[in-house]
Design a protein around this ligand. Structure first.
Ligand SMILES: *[C@@H]1O[C@H](CO)[C@@H](O)[C@H](O)[C@H]1NC(C)=O
Ligand SMILES: *[C@@H]1O[C@H](CO)[C@@H](O)[C@H](O)[C@H]1NC(C)=O
Length: 458
């Protein structure tokens, strides 16, 4: 293995000189567009409209979309948001829309300079208890018990059951690296990504999306895959569609690796493949802005790598995401969300003003929260829907806010304005920090911008 590695590194070094080798870290947004927005659970038709009427005119670089591939339709509970993380095939039909609508969205967004980033669910298929039949979003047959997914096709040979060494077949111990990567994440059938056949089917799906015109991928559950398996898939990927991207452009990759410290798997193991989601960012920023543990804004003077985060050019950052805004995934109670609107705007404003990382703004829907012993028992609820299960469109009110329970944080004027601020100060250094030793701080971005935060209660 060693000579091959050295040979590859040699090629990599040569390519680095001409600027290709590390292309998977480049967000592939138009120059001067420095943020993307996650339009969580939006319909493709609404995203196409939003690109044209709002995201392009306000300088957004792109949109992260919900998984576009076929998923199980779960009815108990009723069509939760997480059913979209239970693939049945790589056909492009979901409650967000069909393939025609998907293609129309990608074309129309690209045509106005707003790029599309796909949430790629490739670690697993549906849950082991998802049953059998055609209750999937394209009506494809599947059988979770026999691990049969003829619409791909995958069979029982393509799953990791033999490799998993936990008693239940699920991940039981996050200190055991091979369990985390070979066993089932909350019962989701774990694909055998060391097989070239499985890698090829995944790459075929991602290449199909690249040909349609997407700019890159969020790799869901990357922590639950071996970094070298992810790498082998990425090596099979094409360059981006030259209708919108210059020749030789690689898809940007940002991998979901939840690393809050305290586990053997770290984000840095995945740098060879692309960027990683820095989950410490939102958890720490929430703690500071909530003033928990006596923390103060003045502590943010060395924000970024100084706080133990991954290097800035390897980080995808966010205040909250679709998981931790409802208590799933990493971060816990400190995470700020639209439910705490005043503090949330300050957190998003700080993120967008500060040069660290590539920034993703969250755009959510409201759900009826209901706390029992501190737990939201409604954390599963899917997007605003009609009784037949179809997703409600995003309506736009006269004052430019959204209706039908879509929150549209990206349209809140403080957040929209800070997206513009970040574009204006792009490339300018962090400068002229000031604080009063407490919760009043200010800083500049070179000679282009200056911002003041007051987190005192007066
Ligand atoms: C896709 O969805 C649109 C809107 O519902 C519909 O008009 C169209 O016929 C569908 N196309 C296919 C191929 O199913
Ligand atoms: C920071 O400024 C506020 C408002 O003027 C003041 O109340 C607070 O005492 C100041 N903190 C320090 C440590 O000077």
């Amino acid at each position: 293995m060693q000579p091959i590695t050295e040979h590859r590194m040699g090629i990599c070094f040569l390519l680095l000189i001409v600027g290709f080798c590390w292309a998977q870290y480049n967000p592939n947004a138009l120059s001067g567009r420095t943020s993307i927005v996650h339009l969580f659970e939006w319909r493709w038709a609404d995203i196409a409209l939003e690109c044209e009427r709002y995201l392009a005119p306000n300088g957004f670089g792109g949109v992260q979309i919900s998984p576009p591939n076929e998923n199980v339709i779960i009815t108990d509970p009723w069509q939760p948001w997480w059913e979209r993380y239970q693939p049945v095939s790589y056909k492009l039909c979901t409650r967000s829309g069909n393939e025609t609508e998907f293609r129309d969205m990608v074309t129309r967004c690209n045509d106005v300079g707003v790029h599309v980033y796909v949430d790629a669910v490739i670690n697993h298929m549906c849950g082991a208890n998802a049953g059998a039949g055609n209750h999937a979003t394209c009506r494809s047959y599947f059988n979770a018990k026999t691990e049969d997914f003829p619409a791909v096709p995958y069979s029982a040979l393509d799953f990791n059951d033999a490799k998993c060494k936990s008693r239940s077949g699920n991940i039981e111990n996050y200190q055991d690296v091979s369990q985390v990567r070979n066993c089932r994440l909350v019962s989701l059938l774990d694909l055998a990504l060391e097989k070239d056949y499985v890698r090829s089917k995944v790459a075929e799906y991602l290449n199909y999306l690249i040909d349609i015109g997407v700019a890159g991928f969020r790799i869901d559950a990357a922590k639950h895959m071996w970094p070298e398996d992810v790498k082998a898939i990425l090596e099979k990927l094409k360059d981006l569609n030259t209708k919108w991207f210059s020749a030789g452009t690689k898809p940007v990759i940002y991998q979901e690796v939840i690393d809050l410290g305290g586990e053997p798997i770290t984000g840095s193991e995945y740098f060879g493949n692309g960027r990683v989601t820095e989950f410490k960012y939102g958890a720490k920023l929430g703690t500071v802005i909530r003033k928990w543990n006596g923390e103060k804004l003045s502590y943010l003077k060395n924000w970024g790598e100084g706080w133990g985060f991954v290097p800035s050019d390897r980080a995808l950052v966010f205040v909250d995401n679709h998981d931790n805004q409802r208590g799933h995934g990493a971060g816990g109670a400190s995470i700020l969300t639209f439910w705490d609107a005043r503090l949330y705007k300050m957190a998003v404003g700080f993120m967008l003003a500060h040069p660290y990382g590539f920034t993703r703004v969250m755009s959510s829907y409201r759900w009826p929260r209901s706390f029992v012993n501190g737990q939201d028992v409604n954390d599963w609820i899917g997007p605003p829907s009609y009784s037949d299960g179809t997703t409600k469109p995003v309506t736009i009110n006269a004052d430019t806010t959204c209706g039908n329970d879509w929150v549209c944080e990206h349209r809140w004027h403080e957040i929209r304005n800070m997206v513009v601020f970040r574009n204006v100060v792009d490339g300018q250094p962090f400068s002229n920090w000031w604080d009063n030793g407490s919760n009043q701080v200010a800083f500049g971005r070179g000679s282009k911008g200056f911002i003041v935060f007051n987190n005192d209660d007066w």
